[in-house]
Design a protein around this ligand. Structure first.
Ligand SMILES: Nc1ncnc2c1ncn2[C@@H]1O[C@H](COP(=O)(O)OP(=O)(O)OP(=O)(O)O)[C@@H](O)[C@H]1O
Length: 242
């Protein structure tokens, strides 16, 4: 198994019984990120989490849950390779292309929705006709075909968020990190996003979603809950995932 530090290209439960997040061996030929005894704190601050063991691989949408301030975004950064953990080891295998979808979708206001998905495909050397066909296929999994010809500025919040997910998938990442995809969305729109998360899990990327939305948590195929790994129960956090 080849293991590498990331050459980054970008940057940009039904739940919880505790054993669910323990490390599992990954198959040899597919992307994986393995963490062993991972812990983190900033400088001399309190430990956010410790003793975290996990293996992330394709075929699932892993929810990174826990109270606000428990370190979900920090752990996403560690998984991505943007930040080294204060303790423990992270090993990545076959992870070269990382995409991060942020909670506020940013697009090109006057470009059509489909253009946003076609663009990364053209960047892979695919000709326009084939890129448009592939873009439509990806957009259909996110229920976006009806708005394909609309300008980005005309999309609803949920459509724009789903478009960012479709665009990220079109760039064929090995690792897709999604930070709070339903923050600031109304419940109906949030449900709409949640129903597409399992679709994400069927792709070729490792998918990790940081969330404190209980519905998003329930839509994930597996959950890592940082509340189980907080060594300091007095830390000022609020768990709103359950
Ligand atoms: N660069 C940094 N230096 C010092 N402290 C930091 C830094 N980045 C984050 N923190 C602190 O670490 C803690 C965890 O932050 P993080 O954003 O990872 O939590 P979170 O679980 O994603 O929170 P939320 O659900 O509210 O977004 C917070 O107390 C935050 O203030």
């Amino acid at each position: 198994m080849s293991t590498s530090i990331l050459p980054l290209e970008t940057v940009a439960d039904p739940v919880p019984t505790r054993p669910i997040d323990s490390a599992r061996p990954a198959a040899g030929g597919i992307p994986s990120v393995t963490g062993e005894h991972v812990g983190h704190r900033f400088a001399d601050g309190p430990w956010l989490f410790r003793d975290l063991d996990f293996t992330l691989t394709t075929g699932e949408a892993v929810g990174l849950c826990g109270p606000s301030g428990s370190g979900k975004s920090t752990l996403l950064s560690i998984i991505a390779g943007f930040e080294p953990p204060a303790e423990g080891t992270i090993r990545r295998s076959r992870v070269n292309r990382v995409r991060w979808v942020f909670q506020n979708p940013h697009g090109m206001p006057r470009r059509t929705a489909i253009d946003h998905v076609v663009q990364p495909l053209l960047g892979q050397g695919i000709d326009r006709t084939q890129a448009e066909d592939e873009a439509i296929a990806i957009m259909s999994t996110f229920h976006l075909t009806k708005v394909a010809a609309r300008e980005f500025r005309e999309l609803s919040g949920g459509e724009a968020q789903r478009l960012m997910l479709a665009r990220a998938i079109a760039s064929k990442p090995d690792l897709l990190l999604v930070d709070e995809p339903t923050a600031q969305l109304d419940q109906r729109t949030a449900n709409d996003i949640d129903s597409t998360l399992t679709g994400l899990a069927q792709g070729d990327a490792i998918v990790v979603i940081a969330t404190h939305d209980p519905n998003t948590r329930a839509a994930c195929t597996r959950v890592i809950d940082l509340a189980w790994h907080n060594p300091n129960p007095n830390i000022d956090t609020k768990d709103d995932t359950r």
